[in-house]
Ligand binder design. Structure first.
Ligand SMILES: Nc1ncnc2c1ncn2[C@@H]1O[C@H](COP(=O)(O)OP(=O)(O)OP(=O)(O)O)[C@@H](O)[C@H]1O
Ligand SMILES: [Mg+2]
Length: 405
């Protein structure tokens, strides 16, 4: 797929800005705080309808304005698509695909696919479980947009159940306690859907990431990525888990088996949950384990090893999306390329060739391999304005080999 243009209106530090992309690779160069990441964020937003950088839609809207707008024109093998998102301070959103207002997010999601790689992705290795859960969830949304509703449903039930548990701490009446079995059942049903999809996505990703990890690291290290649920039998940190080992669905994808264990664990944890006033097990507490040669990458990986691991994971994401969607997604590289040594830069270059349209931000062009620079469109970002490099340089850039309609 190929993003032809993006237009921003009162988005972050932009007022009115249109950018046309002329080459498979675009490098956005500028000093700190000029709007480079903001531009990538607007593109990523059209892919996921969310951003890890905001707490609410108001953050997107230029200070002093009421609404922000993002318009993207995209070419896919199936033809041209126009995507529009209007974001308001109030939080009310309007999303349109080809001029039609989308009532459901699933009518919008899945049109533009993108993989973003920024310096915060090192949190895949070093960060809290919450970061890894959000990472896998946003990948699944791109692979299978319906997952948005599955997640939302789980979140809704979890909130309801937590409210009931909290109430029970102060008021142990039967009326509230009697609602718990039904909530357990709903939580286990919705949670099972989340767990199965996360496991499936990781099963798809893990062999691809292992391949890239070998290729980039050039060593015989083995990368393992696995979903770690508190419903797993090897969660020995929890005595309740050990008690129920015979019950556990080890490698199974059987929804009934997962749901069965889920319900059992909820019952076993009843008194602890009532004491805490919140739900202690479920996919909202699960994690993704990244291991190098059977050791947690977080504890044993050197910085370089951790970076290689994250790069391998991102390349795996690109491939997984390409396989499922049938077209190469966009790659958004926010400030990471200059961090990679030339060998790794070149690995990346070999993989993406000109097949993956790539937007790259950087503060300095001199950190780049000449190969990249010669064949890229270079744009300068300066205080919320984007200026194309001089036409004399521009005409040298390769023209895109993408479908034109
Ligand atoms: N809603 C908003 N309204 C106005 N300005 C905003 C808004 N949100 C962010 N900004 C401004 O955008 C700028 C940051 O932009 P961005 O993160 O894109 O910088 P950058 O060019 O990527 O910089 P760096 O090289 O440091 O990563 C900051 O100056 C910030 O104040
Ligand atoms: Mg930035």
């Amino acid at each position: 797929m190929y993003l032809r243009s993006i237009s921003l209106r009162h988005f972050r530090n932009y007022h009115e800005q249109r950018v046309e992309f002329h080459a498979p690779k675009t490098i956005l160069v500028g000093n700190n705080a000029q709007g480079k990441s903001n531009l990538l964020e607007s593109v990523a937003f059209l892919a996921t309808l969310s951003s890890p950088r905001v707490s609410g839609d108001r953050d997107f809207v230029h200070n002093g304005e009421e609404m922000a707008q993002i318009d993207g024109e995209l070419d896919r093998l199936s033809g041209r698509s126009e995507l529009q998102a209007i974001l308001r301070r109030s939080g009310r959103r309007t999303i349109r695909a080809n001029g039609e207002t989308c009532r459901r997010q699933t009518d919008f999601l899945g049109t533009l696919n993108a993989v973003e790689f920024s310096c915060i992705d090192i949190d895949l290795v070093r960060g809290a479980p919450d970061y890894r859960r959000r990472w896998i969830d946003s990948l699944i949304i791109q692979l299978e947009p319906i997952y948005v509703y599955i997640l939302r449903e789980y979140g809704r039930i979890l909130k309801q159940r937590n409210a009931a548990l909290k109430q029970l701490k102060h008021d142990a009446s039967h009326a509230i306690a009697d609602t718990l079995p039904a909530l357990d059942y709903q939580l286990a049903t919705a949670g099972t859907k989340v767990i199965r999809r996360r496991r499936r996505a990781l099963d798809r990703l893990a062999p691809l990431a292992r391949h890239w990890h070998h290729a980039i690291g050039g060593e015989a290290e083995n990368l393992m990525i696995a979903y770690r649920s508190q419903l797993d039998p090897d969660d020995v940190s929890d005595p309740a888990s050990r008690q129920t080992q015979r019950d556990q669905p080890t490698d199974t994808d059987d929804p009934q088996a997962i749901q069965h264990v889920f319900l059992n664990r909820l019952r076993q944890n009843r008194s602890a949950e009532r004491a805490r006033g919140s739900t202690l097990i479920g996919p909202h507490r699960d994690d993704i384990e990244l291991m190098i040669d059977d050791r947690p990458a977080r504890h044993f990986g050197s910085q370089g090893q951790q970076r290689t691991l994250v790069l391998a994971t991102k390349l795996a994401e690109l491939q997984a999306i390409e396989t499922v969607v049938g077209e190469p997604p966009l790659l958004l590289l926010d400030d990471v390329l200059a961090e990679l040594d030339l060998t790794r830069q070149n690995h990346l270059l070999d993989v993406i060739e000109d097949r993956f349209q790539t937007l790259i931000t950087t503060t300095h062009l001199n950190a780049f391999d000449a190969q990249w620079l010669d064949r890229s469109q270079i744009l300068t970002v300066d205080r919320g304005s984007i200026i194309a490099d001089s036409p004399t340089t521009l005409h040298m850039y390769a023209t895109p080999e993408f479908p034109s309609s």
